[in-house]
Design a binder for this molecule. Structure first.
Ligand code: PMP
Length: 459
């Protein structure tokens, strides 16, 4: 059989993830062939600035040879081994030691998996296991947030608050998964309500839910310090302080989902540091290996870890594990990634470039399509509005976010439309000059869509 052209074979055989498969059948996909620094190139040779670091993850861009070398060296030495039945290997041990050294206080134990979803899934299982072992078998419910994103396994998708991940998938899995409001201050605040008052209202809503369900049934709260898939949305002032006070009062665990924020995205090593979060467990992935290999790490507190040991005394062993969890090649790449972050002072770089990025986006508030801009470090969301003064959004059917995303692609910029919120998370190595170019391309796209919108009949 003669192979089809690449694009025809893609339409014939590939099931794309998180994609409009009907449109893909007609339009095909943009296929990326190579990368260089913060840019990627498609099959036609067109260049794009990767304003999303692909999936919020390619922190060191697309051509870091040291990571390829680290993988190659490890493949020659020990291409695979596992961590089941008391066996192990040096790269995972060294990486666990390093993560414990740089983790938020008290998180000294590390469970490796291959993805953010698996890490959050493991956190959910461990929370249930923990509460069974310490004699609280009824404390099992988990609280996430509407539009929160924690992954795609059945449990992590149940915890996520994304309607399309539930609709027709028969999720959430059970009534153990609860959700509170999305803290989008710009969209949801009432007239005159300050950010602090809005945060207090969000915390009061959490407490009402806990009291309605019974605090003795609520095990944990999961949150991304900065919401990614929910819109690159930074929390309103005072939010996590108010939320944590409620959780502490009712002895509810806090799991920080730092799959996007971890390793410098917010200008500190952890988003938890940026927002004063004291997590009982922390999930990280993506930037852990700069995404050159799939790897996640669940950082676990001493208290929870002690219960896992107790569980082995009772049950014989910790009955959880994945074949590829803590893969040695991925761990070797992670160690090299963390070494590069330190040697090149990537945190210092993020702090230096962040003002160029955030102030450049701020300047776009003048644009007739832009209602709000919020960001921190190198993550930001730009909210598009039909009427800025009245805070009136465009109707969903106008697909304005999607149109701006398409116009960005045409202008050579990859960013993500989340509804009508445009998300930016460029590689952490982006330079000030590249930021300026990215913003120029974005403005061109906004102008093009604004010209179209003006030419259309009024809403
Ligand atoms: N948590 C967050 C905050 C994420 O952004 C993601 C992925 N975007 C996940 C979990 C899931 O990670 P993965 O796709 O590696 O399973």
């Amino acid at each position: 059989m003669r192979p089809n052209s690449l694009h025809a074979a893609d339409i014939a055989h590939m099931v794309h993830q998180q994609t409009d498969l009907d449109a893909h059948g007609r339009d095909g996909a943009i296929l990326i062939t190579r990368g260089e620094g913060c840019r990627v190139y498609d099959t036609e040779g067109k260049d794009y600035i990767e304003g999303m670091a692909a999936l919020w993850c390619a922190s060191l861009g697309f051509s870091e040879k040291r990571l390829a070398d680290a993988a190659y060296r490890q493949m020659l030495e020990l291409p695979y081994y596992h961590t089941f039945s008391g066996m192990g290997h040096a790269p995972s041990v060294r990486l666990a030691e390093k993560l414990a050294e740089i983790a938020p206080p008290g998180l000294n134990h590390v469970l490796f998996q291959s993805s953010g979803s698996e890490s959050n899934d493991a956190a959910i299982k461990i929370i249930w296991y923990f509460n069974n072992l310490i004699g609280r078998p009824h404390k099992k419910k988990l609280i996430g947030r509407l539009r929160g994103y924690h992954g795609n396994t059945v449990a992590a998708a149940s915890l996520s608050g994304q309607p399309l991940m539930h609709l027709d998938f028969d999720l959430p899995l059970s009534d153990r998964f609860l959700h509170i409001s999305n803290p989008n201050y710009y969209r949801e605040h009432t007239p005159g309500e300050t950010e602090d008052a809005f945060s207090a209202r969000m915390a009061a809503e959490l407490e009402q839910l806990i009291e309605r369900e019974g605090p003795e049934t609520i095990a944990a709260f999961f949150a991304e310090p900065v919401q990614g898939g929910g819109g690159a949305l930074t929390p309103p002032r005072g939010y996590f302080q108010a939320i944590q006070a409620v959780l502490k009062k009712h002895d509810i665990l806090f799991v920080a989902d730092e799959v996007i924020c971890g390793f410098g995205r917010t200008g500190n090593r952890w988003g938890s540091e940026t927002y004063g979060i004291q997590p009982d467990m922390l999930s990280c992935a993506k930037q852990l290996t700069a995404s050159y290999q799939p790897l996640s790490a669940l950082l676990i507190s001493d208290r929870i870890h002690a219960a896992l040991i107790e569980g082995s005394r009772k049950n014989g062993r910790f009955g959880h594990g994945f074949t590829y969890g803590g893969h040695p090649v991925a761990c070797a790449v992670a160690l090299e990634t963390l070494a590069i972050y330190e040697e090149r002072d990537i945190l210092g770089h993020v702090r230096a470039v962040s003002p160029v990025f955030l102030e450049g986006l701020e300047a776009l508030r003048e644009h007739p399509l832009v209602g709000d801009v919020r960001g921190v470090g190198l993550i930001a969301g730009v909210e598009l509005m039909a009427d800025k003064a009245a805070r009136t959004p465009f109707p969903v059917s106008a697909k304005v976010g999607q149109r701006v995303q398409d116009a960005c692609i045409a202008a050579g910029l990859i960013i993500r439309a989340i509804g009508d919120r445009m998300a930016f998370t460029p590689p952490l190595i982006i330079t000030a000059a590249e930021v300026q170019e990215m913003l120029l391309r974005f403005r061109r796209a906004l102008d093009d869509v604004w010209a179209e919108v003006q030419a259309e009949p009024p809403l």
